[in-house]
Design a protein around this ligand. Structure first.
Ligand SMILES: Nc1ncnc2c1ncn2[C@@H]1O[C@H](COP(=O)(O)OP(=O)(O)O)[C@@H](O)[C@H]1O
Ligand SMILES: [Mg+2]
Length: 260
């Protein structure tokens, strides 16, 4: 049984200048325990797809089942099973890491004692144990991203969505996050769907890649299979593969990490 199954999932935004077909039709199947990378140029529809799958945005077309719940008729059921870490983090700069995590636990209806226990577990898991009394405004980019992920894991979701988890991080912090994601899958069987425009990240981390362009899935498969199919060899670079699939590079940020 797949943990995610979508059929013709679509979202059109109505804007002053006319309709924007952000996601035209996405058919996606994800198996439990898979790490799936959604790869695509800026504006391809990656964030819109994640926001639909996590019930933050209603689809304007199609259907989906997420973690055993129908996306349209049972969004509350879906929400309970999903952790979502948004593209640009949402932590309050004035509170400490501990306060942020305990509050998040309380939002998920844990008792205060349970929220404190959960905070300690998450801090240990995410390498935040020494930072619990630090204000979130004083965290480095990598530390902040780990806090974002800790918050997304508060309710122990079997399914975690990460939108560009490593954009702007230095190479060491990026690799730490990759280890963390693999560890969640290996130790808890967590299914992870992440978006990235870093090809090396997609290559290193994802079991399977889904390439999205202009709101459509244009290619999918394990990294080596995609390379063989589109760039002639399983050892081809993902850059050449991506270029062959979409006719362009994923994003300018691909080669130039942003300063944090
Ligand atoms: N709330 C919105 N209103 C209008 N257009 C939107 C909205 N959100 C996203 N879009 C448009 O939908 C397209 C897909 O955006 P997005 O899903 O954010 O892409 P990605 O995450 O792949 O960069 C873009 O053209 C974007 O401008
Ligand atoms: Mg996005």
């Amino acid at each position: 049984m797949p943990i995610i199954s979508t059929s013709g999932l679509a979202r059109t935004f109505t804007t002053k200048t006319g309709p924007v077909n952000a996601v035209r039709s996405v058919d996606l199947t994800v198996a439990p325990g898979e790490i799936v990378g959604l790869l695509g140029p800026n504006g391809a529809g990656k964030t819109t797809t994640l926001r639909m799958l996590t019930t933050l945005l209603s689809p304007t077309g199609g259907a989906a089942t997420v973690a055993g719940h129908d996306l349209i008729s049972d969004p509350a059921g879906v929400r309970e099973k999903c952790g979502y870490v948004a593209q640009s983090g949402g932590v309050d700069p004035h509170v400490t890491v501990r306060e942020e995590l305990v509050t998040q636990g309380r939002l998920h209806r844990l008792s205060r004692a349970a929220a404190i226990t959960r905070t300690a577990e998450l801090a240990a898991r995410l390498g935040l144990g020494d930072l619990l009394d630090r204000r979130t405004s004083a965290l480095s980019g990598g530390q902040r991203r780990r806090l974002d992920i800790a918050m997304g894991l508060t309710h122990r979701p079997p399914l975690l969505f990460l939108d560009e988890p490593t954009t702007g991080l230095d190479p060491g912090s990026r690799e730490d996050l990759w280890d963390l994601v693999r560890g969640l899958r290996d130790d808890f069987g967590t299914t992870v769907v992440l978006t990235t425009h870093y090809l090396d990240e997609a290559d290193a981390l994802a079991d399977r890649l889904v390439v999205v362009d202009q709101g459509l899935v244009v290619a999918e498969g394990a990294p080596a299979a995609l390379k063989a199919e589109h760039a002639g060899s399983p050892d081809a670079s993902l850059h050449d593969t991506f270029l062959a699939i979409t006719g362009r590079t994923p994003a300018a940020a691909d080669t130039a990490p942003l300063a944090v």
